[in-house]
Design a protein around this ligand. Structure first.
Ligand code: SF4
Length: 469
């Protein structure tokens, strides 16, 4: 049992500033919840809350109970996926930072009017036409990438295809009603989503793109279903969709941090549409801002239910909120992010609660090396990707997003006694890497031949990438 809205520990605790209806108050005991977790029983929301809060009535996390939860999760990880730690050779290519959605945790975007041809101020954003996106991916293919991830702002000129542009243009006040302005208004035309997919799905690369929020933008102002939209994107080269834009899938939290974004129901509908169209999807949770422990578990429940219905989720990615330079922090709504203990417990409880999702990611972009390695012993088994460029996280004040070489991966993973494994995006193709078998370059990408990728920095010409995956 736990006091309503009590802090989860000394780290992020702006949650107590809000009068939320969903609070971490249960009739379960920590001991019962832990016993169920150890036995491999399916956990209830109350079980999850007990585990993630370590069940204490007083504010703060009990360090002994925390270790018990981490140990149970680590054991479960070993049972489910063994000792392998996977990673993928990938590139992030974001098409545009133009966005009017105004999420309060985001410092990636620039308001779209700054991109208009007659705007005479300065801004640090960018828009890449399809040909530029293609060139970035082409270069990275030669370096051995398997996957390109692309997550972008919701540029008002973006539409699914030419037909969509025509529909949007029929509105009386398209800018107001459907956030649409024709490409001629802007200095750079982003093309359509279909054109961007065609451009980036070059040379056999796996294209991972179109979040639920982007899919909604690609159907705004129409009655098209998510499945139809994803089918068209798939025909243009899309291979899987990131389950980002999830943040916390509880409305009262979304109302505070991203009131302009789609709601939980819409997010779930988009993911179901993607799976119905034959795409794999990932899942995420961005935590450590205004939410409390109960919101985190309710979010995991949404993911678990979605997976029960679809079976299409390949991994769960916990994203610890990077607060610096975000409106939430600058306006004093939050005074920091999650603590180390909270991060560990989120990973561990995700492993225990999500009994139908095999892979749990530890994100070195969000956590830095030491902590990301620690999280591999708290239930995580995936160590994300090389990420030839990273922008959203670095612009938000994070300092870890750049590039991770295969050598680094192999050495770090071997140093904690685990087996480094190169993987495909969908985890269906894997290659165990022998530390003595040099060079440690990628081999699964369409042009990968084992040659090491660049060491320690982003290659010239390739542009930064998104934080949410
Ligand atoms: S999180 Fe995405 S939708 Fe929200 S403001 Fe940033 S770029 Fe726009």
């Amino acid at each position: 049992m736990r006091e309503p809205a009590a802090p989860t520990d000394e780290g992020s605790d702006s949650a107590s500033d809000f009068e939320f209806d969903v609070v971490p108050d249960t009739d379960q005991s920590f001991e019962n919840a832990l016993a169920k977790a150890r036995a491999g029983d399916r956990l209830t929301v109350d079980d999850g809350i007990e585990l993630i809060t370590t069940g204490t009535d007083a504010p703060g996390i009990d360090p002994i109970r925390k270790e018990q939860v981490l140990e149970a999760a680590d054991r479960r990880r070993a049972e489910v996926v063994g000792d392998e730690v996977t990673f993928v050779a990938n590139l992030n290519n974001n098409v545009t930072t133009a966005c009017n959605t105004g999420c309060l945790f985001c410092n990636f975007k620039n308001t779209a009017h700054q991109f208009e041809a007659d705007y005479d101020g300065e801004h640090a954003g960018f828009t890449k036409p399809p040909a530029e996106s293609r060139a970035v991916v082409e270069d990275a293919l030669d370096m051995g990438i398997y996957e390109v991830t692309s997550v972008s702002g919701l540029h008002p000129a973006f539409a699914l295809n030419e037909e969509h542009r025509e529909i949007l243009a029929t509105y009386d006040a398209p800018a107001k009603e459907v956030d649409y302005k024709p490409p001629t208004v802007y200095e750079t035309d982003p093309g359509t989503y279909v054109e961007q997919m065609r451009a980036m799905s070059v040379g056999g690369v796996h294209l991972h793109s179109m979040t639920p929020e982007e899919a909604q933008h690609a159907r705004r102002g129409t009655d098209w279903s998510y499945e139809e939209v994803y089918r068209e994107l798939k025909a243009a080269g899309l291979a899987s969709a990131p389950g980002t834009a999830a943040e916390i899938l509880v409305e009262e939290v979304r109302d505070v941090i991203c009131p302009g974004k789609i709601g939980t129901e819409e997010w779930v509908a988009a993911m179901e549409g993607a799976v119905a169209a034959g795409l794999d999807v990932t899942s995420t949770m961005m935590y450590g801002h205004v939410e409390n422990a109960a919101h985190r578990i309710e979010h995991l429940k949404v993911i678990r239910d979605l997976q029960d219905r679809t079976g299409g989720i390949t991994e769960f990615v916990p994203l610890s909120f990077v607060h610096e330079n975000t409106p939430l922090y600058e306006n004093g709504v939050v005074d920091g992010g999650a603590s180390d203990a909270e991060d560990e417990l989120v990973v561990a409880v995700a492993r225990l609660f999500l009994d139908n999702v095999e892979n749990i990611q530890s994100s070195w972009v969000k956590f830095g090396n030491a902590k990301a390695l620690k999280l591999l012993n708290c239930g995580a088994n995936d160590f994300m990707g090389t990420i030839l460029s990273e922008e959203i996280t670095t612009r938000a004040g994070g300092s870890f997003g750049e590039f991770r070489s295969f050598d680094d991966y192999v050495e770090m993973i071997s140093a904690i006694g685990r087996t480094p494994v190169e993987r495909s995006t969908d985890y269906r193709t894997v290659r165990r890497i022998d530390i003595d078998d040099r060079p440690h370059g990628p081999r699964l990408g369409p042009r990968a031949d084992g040659t090491p990728m660049l060491d320690g920095q982003s290659p010239a010409g390739s542009d930064p990438a998104p934080a949410d995956d």
